[in-house]
Design a protein around this ligand. Structure first.
Ligand SMILES: Cc1cc2nc3c(=O)[nH]c(=O)nc-3n(C[C@H](O)[C@H](O)[C@H](O)COP(=O)(O)OP(=O)(O)OC[C@H]3O[C@@H](n4cnc5c(N)ncnc54)[C@H](O)[C@@H]3O)c2cc1C
Length: 444
């Protein structure tokens, strides 16, 4: 019995059904979840449009004359088309595996029973809570779905902002800054710390900051937004240091909160922390032995990829496959990417964290400026950095800033997950010309 049809819920449902379980999935809105319909996929579809537009503006560097003009209605139709295709394919996969789908919001009424708001009562032997999260909206920022928006109302907003103020400079904030500056908006980014992406390698953040500055993005470093006030067609954002931004639109990107407030968790005896994240062990089991939780509600890494992997591991665990070869999910080894331009991706141990822990490491860094393919593509920005164990050569982590970083990081992720050595990468015969050659060079 699964609550929520996002990557965590629908992956668990498909894998468990394939392994022979009788599966029911309750979904409040549409299968595919926020990941497909509201967050990852539409944001990346908009970023892809912005990327093509930016490419057209740079076409003269490739020996071309071309111009780009944005058609907002066509962008909206494209995003909706991609969402629909993904929704249909997830639904068909679930149906082909015999998963029973119930439309409605589920809520525990006791430890073994869920009631759906449309009236049905469902019982099960094993439950999975995978109800995801939603954007955090502070009381000082009154949303109006027109000019004061969360990321979910911005695919695209009713009109492309002339001047957008993005509040929050974590992953989502920098992606939306990139997206709208590529689409032609003037953008101001409120950065509460002294660097964008405060959790990332400072060298990585520096490349992105310099790219933003080159594009004319205004970075308000060390400023916390304290009030958002709309007057007519303009919105004013006040910060705690006395600065303010007068913008046409505001997007809030200040984190999310778990969808656990109306699930009857305490009635069922499922523990959650004071922010509402469900407590789980290394097998994603909650404080009730027959209830699992996965995805954003579990308070681990809020990534679609992690949610889907938790879903798969849960299905394998409950179907008894953990007694055979089974690896627990190691969240420290999750690769992640930021779809800015240039892209940013990392995995495993970060250089700064190793230094902070006093751990001996070897760090090799190779700029893409020496990579033939980067020059051919006209995009030599960024670098590859590989962190390894100086005694054994085992790859511990890596960061990439540059074109296709989100794809390239897979090589380092496979190495980190499987304890491969730098020589396993440098001895591989790779394609030439390819961005991946810089990975081999950084592994030499
Ligand atoms: C703007 C943005 C961009 C992102 N981009 C990326 C990215 O590029 N890559 C990446 O890996 N991650 C990305 N993420 C994170 C990713 O979207 C989430 O980590 C992922 O959606 C979590 O999956 P989930 O299965 O936990 O929940 P969700 O995808 O949120 O699905 C949960 C489902 O549960 C349903 N539900 C809720 N309550 C109930 C109920 N009571 N009963 C039944 N159903 C219910 C909801 O309707 C929803 O369909 C992004 C997030 C944001 C905000």
């Amino acid at each position: 019995m699964i609550l929520g049809g996002g990557p965590a819920g629908n992956t668990a449902a498909t894998v468990a059904a394939t392994l022979g379980a009788d599966v029911t999935l309750i979904e409040r809105d549409l299968v595919g979840g926020a990941a497909h319909l509201l967050d990852c996929v539409p944001s990346k579809a908009m970023i892809a449009t912005g990327g093509e537009l930016a490419g057209l503006r740079r076409a003269h560097l490739m020996g071309l004359r071309a111009e780009g003009e944005l058609d907002v209605d066509a962008v909206r139709a494209r995003v909706a088309g991609i969402e629909e295709q993904l929704r249909v394919s997830v639904r068909s996969l679930l149906e082909s595996q015999g998963v029973r789908l119930i439309h409605g919001a589920g809520r525990f009424v006791d430890a073994h029973t869920v009631v759906v708001d449309r009236g049905e009562t469902v019982t099960g032997d094993v439950f999975l809570v995978a109800t995801g999260s939603r954007p955090r909206i502070p009381d000082w920022a009154p949303l109006d779905n027109e000019r004061v928006l969360t990321t979910r109302e911005a695919y695209p907003p009713p009109e492309i902002p002339t001047h957008l103020c993005v509040i929050g400079s974590g992953v989502t904030g920098v992606e939306f800054t990139h997206m709208f500056s590529a689409l032609g908006s003037e953008v101001s980014l409120v950065v509460s710390r002294q660097q964008v992406l405060p959790a990332k390698d400072p060298e990585v953040a520096a490349v992105l900051e310099s790219e933003f500055s080159n594009r004319g993005v205004h970075l308000l470093k060390g400023a916390r937004a304290t009030a958002v006030t709309r007057t007519g067609d303009s919105v004013r954002v006040d910060c705690n240091d006395g600065r303010h931004v007068d913008a046409s639109h505001v997007i809030l990107a200040i984190g999310s909160i778990p969808n656990t407030d109306d699930l009857g968790l305490s009635t069922a005896g499922i523990a959650a922390d004071d922010q509402g994240y469900i407590t789980i062990n290394h097998n994603c089991i909650t404080t009730l032995g027959h209830v699992y939780a996965a995805g954003d509600v579990s308070g681990k890494l809020p990534l679609s990829s992690v949610a889907a992997m938790q879903g798969r591991k849960i299905a394998e665990h409950l179907m008894g496959m953990h007694t055979r070869e089974h690896r627990h999910l190691d969240y420290e080894k999750a690769a992640s990417a930021i779809f800015t331009e240039p892209e940013v991706a990392d995995v495993g141990l970060a250089e700064a964290d190793a230094f902070a822990a006093g751990r001996k490491i070897r760090v090799t860094k190779v700029p893409f400026a020496t990579n033939a393919q980067a020059l051919i593509k006209g995009d030599p920005r960024g670098f590859v950095k590989i962190v390894s164990d100086p005694a054994t050569g085992v790859v511990l982590g890596g960061s990439i800033v540059g074109r296709n970083a989100a794809e390239l990081i897979s090589v380092i992720a496979v190495a980190v997950t499987n304890n491969l050595k730098v020589s396993d990468i440098s001895d591989s015969l790779l394609v030439h010309p390819a961005m991946a050659e810089s990975l081999a060079e950084a592994s030499s």
